[in-house]
Design a protein around this ligand. Structure first.
Ligand code: RIB
Ligand code: CA
Length: 315
């Protein structure tokens, strides 16, 4: 069967779930990872970049260029989440210093280079704040027509019982961390597919204690890494939310989700509402408020978890 191979560029802030997502991406035959760019978010740019190099090195994916991106949001100061991801950003995982070297290009330049190079249009997959993506669009506005689109983990859309915020009552971390970047991306015209907390905060789509214990018992090189990544979150929360792996799975297997199209704006001025993703669901909207986001409404949880375990843990 001829598979449609999606060329993807992954922008990421590893981060425990980002690390799991990178493994999933590299073990998904439906996609070819053309480049990885790192963004400040869960941890500093330096830590995120080193973690991305370590994960790719662990998987011997030495041919994939990894470029450094933003050290801080477009306007605001960075605010990390090491209380969630651990001081290193990779939980309890201890990986050797990477053998592979960083790309000479910046994240923005590598994104643009790959977009120019891959005529068929790569898909951007953003797993962290949208700082690098916004910067690339500002540098080259034609990027919105040079890529197939952007699949991103971000937002809380109140479209399911889990669609409330995580970093605040109304905002999801990736959008909250750089709301100005998200606003630029949402208004750019780039085709957008949002994987929000509505899906990723659903316990049916998370790694449960039972699954963790199954992984921890395996004792293989890969399962030990996954267990080390997840152990701290399991100890603390009894569950690991798989935000970024779900976004990668949506990019590789779009039929895993059902979606709806909505007009969405990003709150950038509010104190309590910073980073809130505001849907306009009123009927008969004026043309300038036509839908700009395709939002995931449901996920085939069983198929996703099978795919996650087979590709991330067992292979
Ligand atoms: O809100 C969850 C998102 O923020 C995930 O991408 C996680 O890695 C953090 O970046
Ligand atoms: Ca992330």
């Amino acid at each position: 069967m001829v598979r449609f191979l999606r060329h993807v560029i992954i922008d990421t802030d590893p981060g425990v779930d980002d690390a799991l997502a990178l493994i999933l991406a590299l073990k998904s035959p439906e996609i070819k990872v053309e480049a990885v760019t790192t963004v400040v978010g869960n941890v500093s740019q330096d830590k995120a970049h080193r973690n991305a190099l370590k994960i790719l090195d662990f998987l011997n994916a030495c041919e994939i260029p990894v470029a450094r991106g933003a050290h801080k949001p477009l306007i605001r100061e960075a605010s990390h989440a090491e209380e969630i991801h651990g001081e290193s950003g990779l939980g309890e995982a201890m990986l050797p210093e990477p053998r592979i070297r960083s790309s000479e290009a910046s994240a923005v330049n590598l994104i643009l280079e790959k977009a120019y190079e891959l005529g068929r249009g790569p898909t951007l997959v953003a797993l962290g704040p949208l700082t690098n993506v916004a910067s690339a669009i500002l540098a080259e506005p034609r990027l919105v027509d040079m890529v197939a689109g952007l699949v991103f983990m971000g937002g809380a859309y109140n479209l399911t019982p889990y669609g409330y915020g995580n970093v605040t009552p109304v905002a999801e971390f990736n959008i909250w961390h750089d709301p100005e970047a998200a606003k630029i991306v949402f208004e750019s015209g780039i085709p957008l597919k949002a994987v929000g907390l509505d899906i990723t905060a659903n316990p049916s789509n998370s790694l449960t204690l039972d699954r963790y214990q199954e992984i921890d018992r395996l004792g293989t090189r890969r399962s030990r890494l996954v267990a080390d990544l997840c152990r701290g979150l399991i100890k603390r929360f009894g569950i690991v939310q798989l935000h970024d792996p779900i976004a990668v799975a949506v990019a590789s297997n779009p039929d895993l989700v059902e979606t709806g199209r909505f007009f969405v704006e990003v709150e950038t001025a509010g104190l309590l509402t910073r980073g809130q993703t505001v849907l306009d669901r009123r009927p008969r909207q004026p043309i300038e408020r036509r839908p700009n986001l395709e939002i995931c409404l449901s996920l085939d949880s069983e198929r996703f978890m099978k795919l996650f375990m087979e590709r991330v843990v067992y292979e």
